[in-house]
Design a protein around this ligand. Structure first.
Ligand code: NAD
Length: 513
């Protein structure tokens, strides 16, 4: 029986950051991961590979459409999709190796296998997830190991950084620890009537590696995943139709910013059907098999009140659900809530003594950086008695072109709460740097308390919004007023000056508007 101070189940941005921080604080830490590589959904099939594709597709699009305006002639521009996908895979490979190196440096023991709670202070490492009723493997498709787990006998694992401690297990082995941290993340949500074949009709995992540019891609869900990946394939040449149940896109984003985003995406050529509840998606039997002859669509998507759409690929992106299958929660008497999340208190403690949970598997936004902050706060509280996450200052970014970012409260939330606020906006077209970049679409909007002037929310659509939002998150974290931000010197010419101008606009004194 192997004994540790802390066992972390899952090596995503929640789990691996918690493991590293706990090791820094002097704990003997183990991390159980069933995938052959570390880093979780974010590194393997989420944030990182999607950003690689967004960057590459943007370069391709620029070479075809905007470089000429800069006086750069590039002649015939051709897409080399295999090279584009290879670059993404190399990027992912490099970063997952980086996590291995962090484990080695911090002397974290890695167990390859499926972690299953066995009782108070006990975790079993299984070579496969336990079977569910009906004989199904208890796992979401995008979390099923793509390769078999490492072999028994401590055999060298090619993905392991040299010198890292590795224990490979074919049989169930029991570990003991004072503290157990569940950081098992989430998996793609299914939708009734959508017959996933993980090929033509798939999730974000498949959309990160289509072997050819789809002729017509139908995206179900206008959230972060649908819009980021829809943008990628549209830029690479696909016709993209987004079907969204609501009458708006990007639920949770400030409504005014989301409306501006919709206008810009439509201008780029993405088609939208709003108020479209998808009821079915399946292979189109009538035309199946004809594709090899270069004719005919392969899928059909049905939604209420609209004509069925025929297309060659479907991306289902209607949210994600917590990953708790086969975790053995019943062995420690943890009951999930109605959304399948593990209930926790303010220090991430579950109902079971010594068992904690963070990230996508608990309440709050499903964001990598939120999971990392919770991981650090959880283990810091365990060791030092202090550890805190400020949920009012968690930025969210959608990495489309233009990028969309927000932190704090939206205007709708303030209205609903009856809060008195003042608003200041500044358009990027009034910013010299945005003009030099040739990206003048979008704006910055700052919402401040009407009485105290404290910044309550900042929402940006425009160039590098994902980087610009950091200043706003720091301002909110430090309780800054809009005047504080307005009086800070911002370098010229920078995109960040748009934030200063929006802060000035709260008091009606923007200079360049
Ligand atoms: P989402 O919840 O953001 O959006 C899903 C959309 O699908 C919603 O707009 C919803 O109304 C729609 N929908 C639901 N049922 C439908 C139906 N039957 N027909 C048509 N539309 C329907 O989910 P997502 O985009 O899948 O993202 C999942 C999670 O991953 C989110 O929490 C997101 O924040 C996170 N994520 C974040 C980033 C990022 O930070 N850049 C990127 C990707 C994913």
């Amino acid at each position: 029986m192997n004994q540790h101070d802390l066992i972390v189940i899952g090596s995503g941005p929640g789990g691996y950051v918690a493991a590293v921080r706990a090791a820094q604080l002097g704990l003997n830490v183990a991390c159980i991961e069933r995938e052959p590589v570390l880093g979780g959904t974010c590194l393997r099939v989420g944030c990182i590979p999607s950003k690689a594709l967004l960057e590459s597709s943007e370069q391709y699009h620029a070479a075809r459409h905007t470089l000429a305006a800069h006086g750069v002639k590039v002649g015939n521009v051709e897409l080399d999709l295999p090279a584009l996908l290879k670059r993404k895979d190399q990027l992912v490979g490099g970063l997952t190796k980086g996590v291995e190196a962090l484990f080695k440096k911090n002397k974290i023991t890695r167990y390859a296998g499926h972690g299953c709670l066995a009782g108070p202070g006990r975790v079993n490492v299984l070579s496969e997830p336990p079977a569910q009723a009906g004989g199904q493997a208890a796992s979401g498709r995008d979390n099923v190991p793509s390769e078999p787990p490492a072999q028994a006998g401590g055999q060298a694992n090619p993905t392991l950084a040299r010198g890292a401690r590795m224990v490979s297990l074919a049989i169930s082995v029991e570990l003991q620890a004072k503290h157990i941290l569940i950081a098992t993340g989430s998996k793609s949500a299914a939708l009734k009537g959508v017959e996933l074949d993980y090929d033509r009709i798939g999730t974000s995992t498949e959309a990160l590696a289509y072997p050819e540019v789809p002729k017509h891609l139908v995206v179900i869900g206008a959230g972060y995943i649908g819009l980021e990946l829809g943008t990628v394939w549209q830029r690479l040449g696909a016709r993209v139709t987004v079907l969204e149940y609501l009458d708006r896109i990007l639920p949770g984003t400030d409504a005014e910013i989301a409306a501006e985003a919709l206008k810009l995406f439509k201008r780029q050529g993405i088609e939208f059907r709003l108020g479209a509840r998808v009821t079915a998606a399946r292979r189109d039997e009538g035309t199946k098999g004809r594709r090899h002859e270069g004719e005919g669509p392969e899928c059909v998507v049905e939604c209420e009140g609209h004509e069925p759409i025929h297309c060659d690929r479907v991306l289902l992106a209607v949210g994600r659900v917590p990953n708790t299958d086969g975790l053995g929660l019943e062995n420690v008497r943890i009951k999930c809530d109605e959304k399948g999340r593990i209930p926790v208190d303010e220090h991430f403690a579950t109902a079971a003594p010594g068992v904690y949970a963070i990230g996508d598997v608990i309440r709050g936004p499903m964001l990598a950086h939120k999971a990392s902050e919770e991981g650090s706060a959880c283990v810091e509280h365990l060791v030092t008695g202090y550890g805190h996450v400020n949920y009012d200052a968690i930025p969210a970014v959608c990495y489309t072109e233009p990028e969309i970012a927000g932190v704090g409260q939206t205007e709708d939330q303030l209205k609903q709460a009856g809060s008195a606020y003042r608003s200041g906006s500044f358009q990027f077209r009034g910013n010299g740097r945005a003009r030099a970049l040739g990206h003048i679409d979008g704006k910055v909007k700052i919402l401040a308390d009407a009485k105290t002037d404290r910044i309550l929310g900042v929402h940006i659509i425009g160039p590098r919004a994902g980087d610009l939002i950091a200043e706003a998150a720091v301002a909110i974290e430090f309780g800054a007023s809009s005047e504080d931000l307005a009086r800070c010197t911002h370098a010229h010419p920078t995109l960040a000056e748009a934030l200063k101008e929006a802060a000035l606009a709260v008091a009606g004194r923007a200079i360049h508007a």
